[in-house]
Design a protein around this ligand. Structure first.
Ligand code: 1GP
Length: 248
């Protein structure tokens, strides 16, 4: 099994807190997505994630390939839909929604993706995805028919993260969902980080560099922003996020 990109992520997590830009191929056309990815790399992003929770336009593969050809930082697939599989990425985060009790989200979609992953040869990284309550119904909550973990219930989050670690998942991704009212609290991040050893992605509703810094300080290894940079495409904001995260 391939693990080159995973090893790189582990190394990156050991060295610093990292800034991850999420690009949703549905939000803009291929050219704009590539321009944004190039800008993200230029102004300090460490990783580009490509994906989203639904596929409205059939341009995922074109967008991914064009981004991969345009940047030199790692490009990872963030598959909201099981068909989001392609060889044109450094790796694919094979997400299992461990906070859910919906078998389709826990193992069903992964079974549908697995033969595609094998035939494309893309590196797959088993990722425990934990959805955290965010103040309103998020797309991912709706699409995955799952109840998020209550935002104040840190013990429940820790228990899920530990179970994921013992089950052999290799990454944790805690998400409040795209455009969340409330991002995940530093207290919850701290508790999960203190009790587990897996590299930790945090995303959902992070709108300011100060908020991003608070996640890094609490122990997040990879801090993801999607909506805020997609909305403004402002290189100043991208740089401010990267600088805040890297200052930990
Ligand atoms: C969503 O974690 C990502 O899955 C990013 O969320 O779009 O709110 O930044 P935002």
């Amino acid at each position: 099994m391939k693990h080159k990109t995973y090893d790189k992520l582990v190394k990156m997590a050991a060295e610093q807190a990292n800034y991850v830009c999420l690009i949703d191929p549905d939000s803009t056309d291929v050219r704009e997505s590539v321009d944004l990815a190039v800008k993200c790399e230029k102004y300090g992003a460490d990783i580009i994630l490509v994906g989203g929770s639904i596929m409205l336009h059939n341009r995922f593969r074109d967008t991914l390939r064009a981004i991969k050809n345009a940047v030199s930082i790692p490009v990872l697939i963030f598959p909201g839909v099981f068909e989001f599989v392609s060889p044109d990425a450094d790796a694919l985060l094979l997400l299992s929604v461990v906070s859910s009790r919906n078998a389709q989200m826990l193992i069903g979609d992964q079974v549908r993706s697995a033969p595609l992953i094998k035939s494309t040869g893309v590196e797959a990284i088993g990722t425990a995805y934990m959805l955290i309550e965010s103040g309103s119904l998020s797309s991912v909550q709706y699409m995955s028919y799952s109840i998020p973990i209550p935002r104040e219930k840190h013990d429940i989050a820790v228990a899920h993260a530990l179970a994921a670690q013992y089950l052999g998942f290799r990454l944790l991704y805690m998400d409040a969902g795209s455009g969340a009212d409330y991002s995940i609290s530093p207290e919850m991040i701290k508790r999960v980080k203190q009790n587990t050893e897996l590299p930790l992605f945090i995303g959902g509703g992070i709108r300011t560099p100060e908020d991003a810094y608070s996640k890094a300080e609490a122990g997040a290894d990879f801090i993801v922003t999607g909506t805020s940079i997609e909305n403004t495409k402002d290189h100043g904001l991208i740089k401010a996020f990267a600088d805040a995260i890297h200052k930990r």
